[in-house]
Write a protein that binds this ligand. Structure first.
Ligand SMILES: Cc1cc2nc3c(=O)[nH]c(=O)nc-3n(C[C@H](O)[C@H](O)[C@H](O)COP(=O)(O)O)c2cc1C
Length: 410
């Protein structure tokens, strides 16, 4: 903060200092029951009044404070919640601290190639967007804003089954570069219908989420709802009706119970092959045993994910799961990973452990909540830039150069 006693204090310094003081007074302490997912004091990191446009935001973490301020407690609770005590949310983040980077010197890094290949398509960056439901709840730009921002930086976008915008419209906004996430249901005819519709809309791959067979205990979300004084019945009727209003389920008779595929098994995955000619990836794989079954059943790719720590309190960060999965798949199929990616150095560490690409979830939604499409574009630009700079500072000029030797265990 500026020194208020300085004779050289400019008017701008004074306004800046006053702005930060008033915000500090307005937010003496964060509510303990809506914790920052990152565990850092995001409100202290930078007063939100100083971040009036996307270009003033310095890091993905700073968007979190903005989202917390702009979203009603029920919606921020939904976005940030984990399961039970949110320990797995924190495990995802702290897993990155178990590794350090071993930079090499005297390597010319004038040109750095951050591009990766997935299923024969080259992407300028390994940073992709994880499927997140209900984005219109965060900002009127919703999934279309995210799609336009993804398109601007040519990031692969995975669209949620429970998106609030029809997949056909999102595919149009994104152009090529959209994968569709599918929650299988207990009703095979509905599951088939979802896959066929995604294929017709142009989705190049189906990401089957496997970690949601029972309703999770999202206490942070429930506390957020409890704190909210608005009349939620304006928008929410009940679980079944709310689901049926999601564009992917319009015209189906899906119930909330049928939504969670408690009957999902490997036969059902094999049957999906007859429904679609598109690539099939399984999201939510966390063990070598399941990775081996993915290879055995001819799955095209794996996403190492614990749903951002919001289905089950596994207590293990996704980065901690990565090595056993890579040791099993042996690079025969692409392995993507999500959970806790907030910095370019995080991306670097996951690639050094063998991932082909990474996804971010909450951070682009914080940015969406803060500034709509422009926020998402800025968040992606920040992470791309951090990753590019990490490669240069580590003395690596291509993704292939990010090897296991580039990092060490703390
Ligand atoms: C608010 C929210 C909604 C989500 N919705 C979905 C979804 O519809 N389908 C899905 O497969 N995963 C969903 N996820 C999980 C994300 O795809 C991803 O695994 C997770 O957010 C990654 O962790 P991160 O948020 O720490 O980056 C959701 C996550 C959040 C935070």
């Amino acid at each position: 903060m500026a020194d208020l006693t300085s004779a050289s204090l400019s008017r701008r310094d004074l306004l800046t200092a006053l702005a930060s003081m008033s915000v500090a007074a307005a937010f003496p302490a964060r509510a303990a029951d809506l914790r920052s997912a990152s565990g850092v004091d995001v409100l202290a990191a930078a007063p939100e009044d100083l971040m009036t446009s996307p270009d003033k935001v310095l890091s993905l973490g700073e968007f979190e404070g903005l989202a917390r301020r702009r979203l009603p407690p029920a919606h921020f609770g939904y976005l940030n919640s984990g399961a039970d005590d949110d320990k797995t949310v924190r495990a995802n983040l702290s897993a990155f601290d178990k590794w350090f980077i071993r930079p090499r010197r005297l390597v010319e890094v004038t040109r750095v190639d951050t591009s990766v290949e997935l299923f024969g398509i080259r992407w300028p960056t390994p940073i992709t967007l994880a499927p997140i439901g209900s984005q219109l709840m965060m900002h009127p730009d919703g999934e279309l804003g995210t799609a336009r921002a993804a398109r601007a930086g040519n990031h692969l976008q995975i669209l949620s089954t429970v998106a609030t915008t029809p997949i056909e419209e999102v595919a149009k906004a994104r152009g090529a570069g959209l994968w569709s996430q599918i929650y299988p249901t207990t009703q095979w005819d509905i599951t088939q219908k979802l896959v066929r519709r995604a294929e017709a809309a142009g989705a190049a791959a189906m990401v089957i989420t496997t970690d949601y067979p029972a309703p999770p205990n999202r206490e942070t979300q429930f506390r957020g709802a409890r704190m909210d004084t608005r009349d939620c019945r304006q928008c929410h009727i009940n679980a079944t009706e709310d689901l049926r209003r999601k564009p992917m389920y319009i015209g189906t008779q899906l119930t909330a119970e049928q939504f969670r595929a408690s009957n999902l098994n490997w036969d059902l995955i094999a049957r999906l092959r007859d429904v679609t000619s598109r690539r099939i990836l399984l999201k939510g794989i966390l063990t070598a045993e399941d990775a081996a079954l993915c290879v055995k059943y001819g799955v095209d790719g794996v996403i190492v994910s614990n749903h951002g720590g919001r289905t089950m309190e596994t207590g293990r960060g996704t980065l901690d799961c990565l090595s056993e999965i890579i040791a099993t798949t042996q690079h025969k199929i692409p392995v993507l990973i999500d959970g806790g990616f907030r910095r370019g150095t995080d991306v670097f560490k996951a690639l050094a452990l063998g991932a082909d690409a990474i996804s971010i979830g909450r951070p682009y939604c914080w940015a969406l909540a803060a500034f709509g499409e422009a926020g998402v574009a800025r968040a992606l630009q920040i992470l791309r830039n951090e990753f590019d700079v990490t490669m240069r500072l580590a003395g690596v000029t291509s993704i292939k150069g990010i090897t296991r030797q580039a990092i060490g265990a703390v």
